[in-house]
Design a protein. Sequence first.
Length: 360
Amino acid sequence: MNESKAICCFLPSRSTEKMEMAELHAHLNGSLSSRTLHALRQLQNSSDSEASGDSWKKCEAIINHGNERTLDECFQLFSVVHSLTSTPTAVSKATDDVIEEFEEDGVIYLELRSTPRCIDGVMTKEQYVEAIVKSIRKANISRNILTKLIVSVDRQRGLTEAEENVLLAVDMHSKYPDIVVGIDLSGHPCKGNIEDFLPLLENARSSGLKLSLHCAEVPNVDEVEKILKFEPHRIGHGTCIHPNFGGSEKLWNMLSKSGLAVEVCLTSNLKTKTIEGYEKSHLGPLLEQNIPVILSTDDKGVFATTLSEECRIAAETFSLTRMWMCEAMLQSVSYTFTTEDEKNKLVHSIHKFMNSSGCS
Ligand code: 5GP
């Protein structure tokens, strides 16, 4: 992974095949394409009060903006999307489409994450998770992409909800150990006290769930230190850890020595203005320090991106070769929340691709 400054030759050397990729940081409701949002609207029908009439017109304006969405619109879109995934059928449709689109992009392994939601009289949190699991199970049989589920805890929604979600995740993990594999801590990075959540997350870990925690999206030296000491399996974003990005030398050293991988979501960071430009992003110091990075989309629908686009941006910005990118994908596989057998199969598949495209 030291050839990060090598000459840029990201284009395939012999083949036009899509690169085989692993996506480890994708929020389900942030990943819905405009096509899916429109289909969900049809499914929901105008009889539903939550997204009807004027409210739907506003939603449509945001959806149709596509690449031109402003930052505010990106965030408004989360609540729009939530209003459209408010039944088990809609949640299943959303999951089906997201898996299909990642597969079309060349993703062979996907870890989807989502916050269980209940809608009074319509859907319990269990039904929400079951709907996702059902779609994943179907796709794992019929598609050339392996998908797992990470249950999210939204730090903005308080401790009672967090407790509920962790208990549900533990329960679902024991019911579907091949699909429900981890816990994510996400939601507004300025809300909630991290110390309140750590004991819950520890319980999840001791029940066999893996942990990926959003960390350092905004500068917060104290909190980042607590998260790094807690040693989750991976961290999301890790934007403000380097001293030049609102972190500190101490934190940077801790991260460097930890062996933790950082899930880097460049377009999301740019559009939410947590980085000033791709070339000025924290990916530069991460590569220089040889810290494992996992290129990811975060919310491919909301931020109008794809994983291949994130790889292209990283490659062009930091002169990364196609060989580097394939090795980065192999490294991503080593950080997946899968079994050894599944990891070996993914590695084999990527090696095969590397051989066939002259990348080995
Ligand atoms: P869902 O969990 O409903 O499937 O996906 C949307 C949710 O993921 C959002 O409501 C938010 O809690 C979380 N999320 C999506 N993108 C980000 C991000 O960039 N940072 C954080 N902290 N949370 C996010």
